[in-house]
Write a protein that binds this ligand. Structure first.
Ligand SMILES: *Cc1c(COP(=O)(O)O)cnc(C)c1O
Length: 380
């Protein structure tokens, strides 16, 4: 155990199988965008999650952008969004000239609060302007409580995009996270549970919509012998080399989930009985992939804040991060509406103030994790 070795939050973890697909891409000179790895990666991911169709793109953010455009989101529209998330969930709303309205978390899953959502819909109805779409985030690898959220959205006729960037392989009542809304989005950014170094996927059972997304993502090139364009498009497709990495990664997704869940279990066990320490609960309706283990610490009991602990960990060459800063607290969104879980009690504000994301990569060894645990215990 070398204390000089840096422990990262969630570094890439290759399976070894990736090189075979990359070699094949080189051997056949399928380096340029698209090709057999892209087609196969789309088919394999769609099969794994149980979606009818998938389109591989350059990022999860791009996939959300395409999903919102498919739903007709445009200038001046409102889009309901989870507040406790990464900015990539929400930037596409701005790309389309629309306005986000932020919804708080609930304590049981840390995801979108059905109670807050109900208030937001009631206010929208009163105002006479319903949202064009809703983006629900599945935070840190756990599905939101989709049934009450979908039932409210159905009641108001509002389509749902599931931001499953962090929750590939998580389940909700037996279904794969990302397949419960009209569209689902996964990310293969470098820190996610599997990675293509950078990339994303849009899935849906609506094959016509998937074809349209594919068209827009390829510069919206019309079927013609020359370069002809009738619509605005994007250069959003995934390269055939990167899709090869994705195919190798997808083969081991279940192992990766097992490893991350085991890492969570060891953290939980190490701090069991320590007053003032908590963890993101696993809601009874499904399996969390435990992308990141998130701990909460009560400053009054333990005498330290998450930032204090992060600073001490950093001094020992260990990377840790605060919980996402909620979108309704971001300067960028200062003018946006926000609906909290309960009157005068914002769950996401509390999680931001008390939460800390711990090193959770599937390649983390038991010795390395012990180093993290001992360092945190010394802080208390
Ligand atoms: C990572 C992430 C995204 C963005 O994915 P990229 O592939 O980095 O564009 C969106 N939403 C959430 C919740 C994420 O964690």
């Amino acid at each position: 155990m070398n204390p000089e070795t840096r422990i990262y939050l969630s570094p890439p973890h290759m399976s070894g199988e990736e090189m075979e697909y990359i070699k094949e891409a080189f051997a056949t000179n399928w380096i340029a965008p698209l090709g057999p790895n892209v087609d196969a990666f789309e088919a394999e991911l769609a099969e794994y999650v149980g979606a009818k169709g998938a389109v591989a793109v350059s990022s999860g953010t791009a996939a959300i952008h395409l999903a919102l455009r498919l739903l007709g989101v445009g200038s001046g529209d409102e889009v309901f969004c989870s507040t406790l998330t990464f900015i990539g969930s929400v930037n596409p709303v701005l790309y389309l000239g629309a306005v986000p309205v932020f919804i708080d978390s609930e304590p049981a899953s840390w995801n979108m609060s059905p109670a807050a959502l109900k208030k937001a819909f009631a206010a929208a109805e009163k105002k006479g302007k319903l949202p064009k779409a809703l983006i629900v985030v599945n935070l840190y690898g756990q599905s939101a409580d989709m049934d009450p959220i979908l039932s409210l959205c159905n009641e108001y006729g509002v389509p749902v995009v599931e931001d499953a960037a962090e929750s590939l392989g998580a389940t909700y009542k037996g279904k794969m996270s990302g397949t419960l809304g009209r569209f689902g989005v996964y990310s293969f950014n470098g820190n996610k549970i599997i990675t293509t170094s950078g990339g994303g996927m849009l899935v849906s059972d609506d094959l016509e919509a998937i074809e349209k997304a594919r068209f827009w993502a390829t510069q919206a090139r019309d079927k013609a012998p020359w370069y002809q364009h009738s619509e605005m498009g994007y250069n959003y497709r995934m390269s055939n080399v990167l899709a090869g990495i994705g195919r190798g990664q997808l083969k081991v997704i279940e192992d990766r989930i097992k490893a991350r869940r085991e890492i969570f279990r060891r953290y939980e066990e190490a701090f069991r009985g320590v007053e003032g320490v908590g963890f993101m609960p696993e809601a009874p309706y499904g399996r969390c992939n435990r992308w990141l283990t998130v701990m909460t610490i009560d400053k009054n009991r333990l005498g330290v804040t998450p930032l204090d602990v992060i600073r001490v960990l950093e001094s020992e060459n260990i990377e840790a991060r605060p919980v996402w800063k909620p979108m309704h607290l971001q300067p960028l969104f200062a003018a946006c509406q926000y609906f909290s879980h309960a009157e005068g009690a914002s769950v996401s504000d509390l999680l931001f103030a008390t939460g800390i994301c711990l090193p959770s990569g599937s390649s983390l060894t038991e010795q390395e994790q012990q180093r993290v645990i001992e360092c945190i215990k010394r802080c208390f």
